[in-house]
Design a protein around this ligand. Structure first.
Ligand SMILES: *[C@@H]1O[C@H](CO)[C@@H](O)[C@H](O)[C@H]1NC(C)=O
Ligand SMILES: *[C@@H]1O[C@H](CO)[C@@H](O)[C@H](O)[C@H]1NC(C)=O
Ligand SMILES: *[C@@H]1O[C@H](CO)[C@@H](O)[C@H](O)[C@H]1NC(C)=O
Length: 766
């Protein structure tokens, strides 16, 4: 009621003129009682007030008043004549629009007094303000509709969850209009809000994420505290509880049972034990521990960082037969990083019983020891090198059979594992005989076998004689003096040349010319015994040297040193030595290589000769282009058998010559054979007619090859006494036939004359 009265007074004051030049509206209550007027200036006010949001239009704002009587009122300035209008005569100002203080709180206008007739301003224009009076028409508004907040679970009471703000647009200078009070409408069981500041705090320290992970609060902001009818709004706050490590791991089972074969390898997994930890994954740090620490030598529990499971790992080899057949292990799970705020009545330890049963596995036999080193003398046979042993580790203790992995005919192994040498070894061939022995369980399926290496060292026996260390090739001058040291020699031995090895050198029998002097350091010097030699008497001397070793039994050999007597100049330099010594020293293999080389060279030479011969059959050897000669070459694979062969060669052709046409007038001396007659044409003009006739025959004969065909015969009859008929083969540069006569036969024989007469090329023979 009091407030209502105050308002009424304010409204009344607006209706009354007031002359105080005050801008302070809070003093307005007093204005209506003060009567001072400022006459000096015509206008007697400078501010008017009117309530915002008036619905009835127009509404009365105020009144202009002047002491000048004969004027009319007018308005200028912001929204004059649109929102605000003045009555010319009365000076009443009225508002014509609904006004919102939150949009525009004051309007500045100018009041004028104008002469009714002259329209001149009678007074100076007076500036005044129309101020809107607030009504509580805005509710406080939250800055967000929904707020997200997060605090760790189990936070203390003074932990600020979030501070919210709501803003009221109304005039804060008017008591209550913009004063905001906060309350929690929903969720106030666990949270409280400071009604003035909007800060939210938990009301309990036991907010547990694992029970409820988030809370939804509905907030209210309201103005006009202490009065009914204030305006309000709401907002939502979602409070998330973040996880802390406040929960211990708990085994998912009271006991776990695993079965492990005894041959499970060290470092491999035996089983997994699992726990539950309701904290978020980053807050699960389970550690596993054996309650009885003796089991730590057998097993180890590692934590899987991802799943938090405990992985039991084997640390020592299991053995069903000789060690435990089962393990009963108590394992504790705990979390060393647990938060101290964790509820103390939670179980801090979880214990489980793990039963590990070892399963028997049928294992292969085991060698004891796993590796064997034996030694045998060389050259011994039917001797025992040693024995191996393997046993079945299983309870069944099955018997074992031995064998050799390698296929050896010189070593055998008995059923009991004894290794015998059947054939003697030669240390100089191989100093080691390394084998692999296999032990296999009898009556086992699948086959159970294992193997072990056996190294047999072959020990040395002095079974090799010493020999010269190199193929020495000593040379001396003819003029050499007595006591001259020709060469220092040393020896080598295929047997084991240990540090105690000693060689003794001496020469055989009564050696006149050289001595061998043992230097007692495994070398010897060959010394001239009697000076100067004569190459005319001997160019070489053979010096037998006997070398003995100190083995048991000692071995000795006779080695012959060939001493070459050379010519020398005055300075004692060799000027001539026979190389025979070298050749004598050439080994058989070198000779074989030389012989093979010579044979190969011979082969190459023969091949070259053969190819040459083949090339000589080329018709181009005639020196003429075959096309030029108008001849043909026919090669027969199969030739006639000489005179004895009457099938392959038609003699009748030649007979016809004799019979019918051209019998040479002057019979040549009775020739040994018909061919001989034809071969040597007489220097008779009848030959011309004969050839003409034969040409005629040949031209009319389509069957036969032309006469001027070149026949090549590779093979003739074996019994021929006239040798080859081959035109090419028969040729020879030393033919004694004078072919110059062809020139005399005229132009028709020019070609032949060219071939023979001029160039004397071998090849044709008639
Ligand atoms: C609040 O957090 C939730 C999930 O964390 C998200 O989906 C949502 O968008 C957040 N809201 C605001 C207003 O940040
Ligand atoms: C045999 O074994 C021995 C000792 O391990 C080794 O020195 C030798 O080289 C081996 N020989 C062969 C032929 O494998
Ligand atoms: C030693 O040399 C002489 C002459 O040079 C010769 O007659 C004699 O046979 C040689 N002695 C031997 C053992 O070669």
């Amino acid at each position: 009621m009091k407030l209502l009265w105050l308002h009424l007074l304010v409204y009344i004051q607006v209706l009354l003129p007031h002359g105080l030049c005050t801008k302070n509206s809070t003093q307005r209550e007093n204005h209506h009682v003060t009567g001072n007027r400022r006459v000096k200036r015509g206008w007697i006010w400078n501010e008017m007030s009117v309530t915002e949001e008036q619905i009835q239009l127009p509404f009365y704002v105020g009144k202009l008043r002047s002491d000048k009587r004969n004027g009319v009122y007018a308005l200028e300035g912001e929204f004059s004549n649109s929102i605000f209008k003045v009555n010319e005569d009365t000076g009443d100002i009225q508002g014509y629009q609904r006004l919102d203080r939150e949009k525009k709180a004051t309007y500045t206008l100018t009041a004028l007094l104008i002469d009714k007739n002259t329209r001149k301003t009678l007074e100076e224009p007076g500036i005044f303000i129309i101020r809107l009076i607030d009504i509580n028409d805005n509710s406080p508004l939250f800055t967000q509709e929904t707020y997200n907040a997060s605090i760790p679970e189990m936070s203390p009471l003074d932990k600020l969850v979030i501070k919210v703000t709501a803003v009221d647009a109304d005039d804060p200078t008017i008591s209550g209009h913009a004063t905001v009070r906060y309350t929690i409408l929903q969720g106030y069981e666990k949270f409280r809000i400071d009604e003035n500041t909007g800060s939210i705090y938990p009301t309990a320290t036991n907010l547990d994420r694992e029970t409820q992970a988030s809370y939804e609060l509905i907030l209210q902001a309201k103005d006009m505290p202490g009065h009914n009818g204030g305006l309000s709004s709401t907002a939502k706050v979602i409070v998330h509880l973040s996880d802390i490590n406040d929960n211990y791991p708990v085994f998912t089972k009271n006991s776990f049972t695993f079965e492990v074969p005894e041959d499970r390898r060290v470092g491999e997994e035996v089983g997994k034990i699992s726990v539950e930890d309701i904290d978020e994954p980053q807050n699960r740090n389970t550690k596993y521990k054996f309650l009885d620490e003796r089991y730590q030598q057998w097993f180890e529990v590692r934590t899987n960082a991802k799943t938090n499971e405990g992985i039991i790992i084997l640390k020592k080899p299991l053995d069903y037969e000789s060690i435990y057949k089962e393990f009963k292990v108590d394992i504790e799970a705990t979390d060393p990083t647990i938060d101290r705020r964790a509820s103390p009545h939670d179980r801090s330890k979880s214990i489980t019983r793990v039963l590990i049963k070892v399963l028997d596995v049928d294992e292969p036999p085991e060698f004891m020891p796993p590796v064997y080193n034996f030694a045998v003398m060389e050259n011994l046979k039917e001797t025992l090198a040693g024995a191996v042993k393997a046993v079945d580790p299983d309870a069944a203790k099955k018997s074992v059979r031995y064998s050799l992995k390698e296929d050896r005919d010189d070593i055998i192994i008995s059923d009991k594992g004894s290794i015998f040498i059947k054939k003697p070894f030669d240390r100089e061939v191989s100093a080691w005989q390394n084998i692999t022995v296999i032990a296999e369980e009898i009556d086992s399926y699948p086959r159970k076998a294992s193997s072990a290496p056996v190294y047999i060292q072959v020990l040395d026996e002095n079974d090799n004689a010493p020999e010269l260390a190199a193929p020495y090739n000593p040379r001396v001058c003819e003029t050499v003096n007595t006591k001259h040291v020709i060469i220092n020699i040393t020896a080598t031995d295929k047997d084991d040349m240990g540090p105690g090895m000693k060689f003794i050198f001496f020469s055989k029998g009564h050696e006149d010319n050289f001595t061998v002097q043992d230097n007692r350091d495994n070398t010897a010097s060959v010394i001239v015994k009697k000076g100067t030699f004569n190459r005319d008497i001997a160019k070489f001397y053979l010096l037998p040297i006997i070398i003995t070793d100190n083995g048991r039994p000692p071995q000795s050999s006779t080695n012959t040193l060939t001493i070459n007597i050379c010519k020398c100049n005055e300075k004692g330099e060799f000027t001539f030595c026979e190389e025979a010594a070298k050749l004598a020293a050439v080994s058989v293999s070198t000779i074989a290589i030389v012989l093979v080389s010579i044979f190969l060279i011979l082969l190459v030479v023969l091949a070259v000769l053969f190819i040459r011969k083949m090339q000589s059959k080329n018709p181009l050897i005639l020196g003429k282009n075959p096309a030029e000669i108008h001849e043909q070459l026919v090669t027969y694979d199969e030739e006639g058998g000489g005179e004895m062969d009457t099938n392959s060669y038609d003699v009748s052709v030649l007979n016809s010559v004799r019979r019918n046409v051209v019998r040479p007038k002057h019979e040549v001396e009775p020739g040994p054979a018909f061919y001989a007659q034809v071969q040597k044409p007489s220097r008779n003009g009848d030959m011309f007619s004969m050839i003409e006739a034969k040409k005629e025959d040949a031209d009319n004969d389509g069957q036969e090859l032309p006469y001027d065909t070149l026949h090549i015969f590779g093979y003739e009859g074996s019994e021929s006494i006239v040798e080859s008929l081959s035109s090419l083969e028969s040729g020879s540069s030393d033919s004694e036939i004078d072919y110059d006569v062809l020139n005399e036969w005229g132009p028709r024989f020019k070609m032949l004359a060219d071939l023979y007469g001029l160039e004397h090329l071998e090849g044709f023979s008639y």
